[in-house]
Design a binder for this molecule. Sequence first.
Ligand code: MSP
Length: 645
Amino acid sequence: MKTFYATTPIYYVNDLPHIGHIYSTVVTDVLTRYHRLLGEKTWFLTGTDEHGQKIERAAAAQGTEPIELANRVVLRYHELYRRFGIANDDFIRTTEARHRRGVEEIIRRIEAAGDLYLARHEGWYCASCEAFYTEKELVEQKCPIHGEPAAWQSEENVFFRLSKYAGRLQEIYRSQPGFVRPETRRAEVMSFVEAGLKDLSVSRTNIRWGIPFPGRPGHVVYVWLDALSNYVTALGFGAGDERLYREFWENPDGRRVHVIGKDILRFHAVYWPAFLLSAGIPVPTTVWAHGWWLRDEKKMSKSVGNIVQPDALVEEFGPDALRYFLLREMAFGQDAAFSDQAFLERYNADLANDLGNTVSRVAALCRQAFGSSPPEPCDDNEVIGAWERAREAWRVAMDESAFHRGLEAVWKLLSEINGFVVSREPWKILKEEGPSRRLSRILYACAEGVRLVAVLLSPFMPETSRRICAALGAAAKEAALEDLEWGRLSTGAALPAPEALFPRVDAAAYFSTEEAKTMSTNEPARPAAAPIADDDGRISIQEFQRVRLVTGRVVEAERVPKSNKLVRLQVDLGSEKRQVVAGIANRYEPEALVGKNVVIVANLKPAKLMGVESDGMVLAATVGAAGDPSLLEVAADVPPGSIVK
Ligand code: MSP
């Protein structure tokens, strides 16, 4: 039987979880739910990495024992996972006895393969990475990832013959193209190994907080060898009952996928398979390295001090809104910026409006007409075609782990269902014909379309998916493959009173409360901006005339890479061509912009947006609380460069 085993990194317990950590876990949750939906037998592991210098130090700084710190932080993980609807099957802590026994067994096997020896080890060490760096890798004597000063360390260590495995690793990268994903990361790993592998020190003598190294008194196991082993020790490897290990790790028909952040790629794609090869254990099938959530263009991390804690957002908007945002905003594999603004925009536009309104509109119409789901099914309408296209696009995207594209496919279907509702005007039919057969067939198509939206959303937003099914009188069980077939909506089921899935949040009010919160806690009040208008807010005609508004014709348009909103326009202003970057890509496809006659603020100081120079600004109305852009257009016969006043 096909099995699917997915893991998250195990998280350090030196501090509380932030959005970056929760992201890896949500992704793994989505992935496992998807494979379960396909009918595979799945196992989902997460956990905590509790040994090593980093934890020892953090505990000492807090005047506590490492295990007490770990116990506290682990509780936060459990609590957060429960609130986020994370359906993990197991949670491993590296301080557990089952883990220690498994690590001892791995080391016994590596030793038996003749791959361990003692030698003096010297080098620059970053405690935050728990890794050595060469002089060349440091940036001004600091760790290239954390920016912390690296410390010189010199001690007698146990070494692992990593160099011996270079050839076999390269063979894996070549023969198993999906071993490291995405492709850019595979290339990175391959060139790292091609440059030559040095043996790796796998014990420490300068710390006590770790697993005692078998047969080497005074040494503890290097925290990465300890931590990586969790992926098999949690399945019972080396600790007696190995049933899960055999089922999920040794199954030749099984997939073993590690979801990680790109920061720990080398450990997972080089060291881990080398340890496994040495110990005679199969290697994983895929190491999937995702990008970083950035804040102020830096990786969000505790040492940088720019983290977003998920608690407040979950409290305010619910777990599914955050799950949706994380999966939709980040193209899986690339970096993405986290901003409250972007979050709220997506919340209002995608969730409150597109999803929430469609569901409540369809459910309300069914209830109004029949008091139940429509009595007459219908398998002949254009929603079916839209559904088949959406299912295909969704499957392809999900199989490639392109989650943002999977969600895009669902939103396309939503908009097609909406288009169908608008074109058929069921409210008119209800008025004219009452609950007729024709009306039943139209509403069935809409309700069945919405049920299928709920199925496609189920790996992403399990709670919302259940609520949508409940609103349509459909069974609220975990979705299975057969639920992806058209025509499974039960006809005539009583419908509950409608409730809003995602109540709209007023952006201005939200930000003013958030700002008030920040100002009252720690930030000094910002200085007032220089006055630009009289007290009553009016400006003189002279002041207005300082703004040079001209018409222009868009001659080229393309998306700014890595941005969902920005589009780069080349605009013909008659006497010159300008490059202008506009935040309108969420509402306009670039191709549709070419040829449009627009209004440009021509004397704006140039600025860089996501690294792209913008010389001017294109005018657009902002619609609704989400501020959706609607371009200001000028008649086609107005020549470029005409003054607007
Ligand atoms: N304990 C090691 C992993 C051992 S796995 C055998 C570790 N822990 S960590 O707490 O630092 O978390 C690392 C993981 O959290 C990253 O690999 C990534 O998956 C996730 N993230 C932490 N910060 C992140 C961002 N700013 N953005 C996205 N994910 C990030 O390393």
